[in-house]
Design a protein around this ligand. Structure first.
Ligand code: GDP
Ligand code: CA
Length: 328
């Protein structure tokens, strides 16, 4: 079975671990968000790709959910001693090696997709990890600080400000001019199932869908498209997804996010093409099932907390079961 997953960082990576456990024989292609990418100290950092690679490759800091295990921060301390910022980004010593290899290869002319493949040669994540694009896309967030509106990098909003002020707008800068990375559209077209894991609908999945061609390919795919809600009981399970949902006028509920993705084949004239055949909500949101189904999306309520590998594998199995139902 060929499965395509559109993934952000922590939520996407944890789900993928469960999916691999549930279907060890499946051929899984991950289309990773690169809108979080940032240049720091001359290094190209790809937080979401690295989170997927380290999580599936056994190198992740399990506690934090990002970065390398057994990490130290001496480089960061030395940079701070020079007064060289930013000081809010957690750049670990072991992690720096990944960014050095990536930056060096990009400098030598390799596209990000080839660099990611080379990094995965070491980590052997057990999936084919593709960046959504080889082009530079950077998510910026418009905020008001001291009475002035300005756009800042998503990482600055998320990490430095902890999303403590309202996001007025979220813009994937460069997305319109970008093209899907080699292999992305082919993988979508050849998929037996396409999954939207519990990743951030705006700054992870939304950014991937903003690369011209990807959304239409998913909407047009023969494969069932099944999503899992990252919102449980009207709030994100972790992180501040509600802040960026508010910026695009979507309520922080499982139903609102399903409607935002839209029912497959249900596009109005100039609205973006609808994507979902099926949607999983958590058991606490069982009351949402009827609303989602009224929107033309097959919906089931199942436990959606990724507390351990077994629970996460059960979520993946529920998504694949719903895909079978839709197909039948
Ligand atoms: P990021 O790039 O690290 O922010 O990761 P993602 O975009 O992949 O995922 C973040 C989303 O995952 C957040 O909106 C969380 O609400 C969601 N999430 C995290 N853990 C869980 C969980 O156990 N269950 C569900 N349903 N969602 C989760
Ligand atoms: Ca991310």
């Amino acid at each position: 079975m060929r499965i395509v997953v559109l993934a952000g960082g922590i939520g996407g990576a944890r789900f993928l671990r469960g999916l691999k456990a549930a279907r060890p024989e499946a051929e899984i292609t991950v289309i990773g968000n690169t809108g979080d990418d940032i240049h720091l100290f001359g290094l190209k950092v790809c937080p979401d790709l690295d989170t997927v690679m380290y999580t599936l490759g056994g190198g992740i800091d399990e506690e934090k959910g990002w970065g390398r295990d057994d990490e130290s921060f001496r480089v960061k301390e030395e940079l701070a001693a020079y007064g060289v910022g930013p000081d809010w980004f957690g750049l670990g010593d072991r992690d720096v090696a990944t960014h050095l290899v990536r930056t060096q290869m990009l400098g030598a002319g390799y596209p990000l997709s080839a660099v990611t493949e080379a990094l995965c040669d070491r980590w052997k994540p057990g999936v084919r990890l593709l960046p959504m694009t080889d082009d530079r896309v950077e998510t910026h967030v418009a905020v008001e600080e001291d009475g002035e509106r300005r756009a800042i990098h998503f990482q600055e909003y998320w990490v430095r400000m902890r999303a403590s002020v309202d996001a007025l707008a979220v813009v994937p800068v460069g997305a319109e001019q970008s093209a899907p990375a080699p292999g992305v559209l082919a993988a979508i077209a050849a998929a037996d199932v396409i999954l939207l894991p519990p990743s951030n609908p705006v700054v992870s999945v939304g950014t991937i869908l903003a690369v011209p061609g990807i959304r239409d390919a998913v909407a047009a795919a023969d494969a069932p498209v099944i999503g899992l809600s990252p919102l449980v009981g009207g709030a994100p399970v972790r992180g501040m997804a509600d802040k960026v949902l508010a910026a695009i006028g979507v309520e922080a509920t499982a139903t609102a996010v399903a409607r935002h993705y839209g029912a497959k084949g249900a596009a109005a004239d100039d609205a973006p093409a609808g994507l979902l055949d099926g949607w999983l909500v958590d058991e606490v949101d069982a009351a949402a099932v009827a609303d989602v189904e009224a929107a033309g999306i097959r919906c089931r309520a199942v436990p959606l907390m990724m507390t351990d590998l077994d629970a996460t594998a059960a979520m993946a199995r529920a998504a694949l079961t719903l895909a079978e139902e839709v197909r039948a």
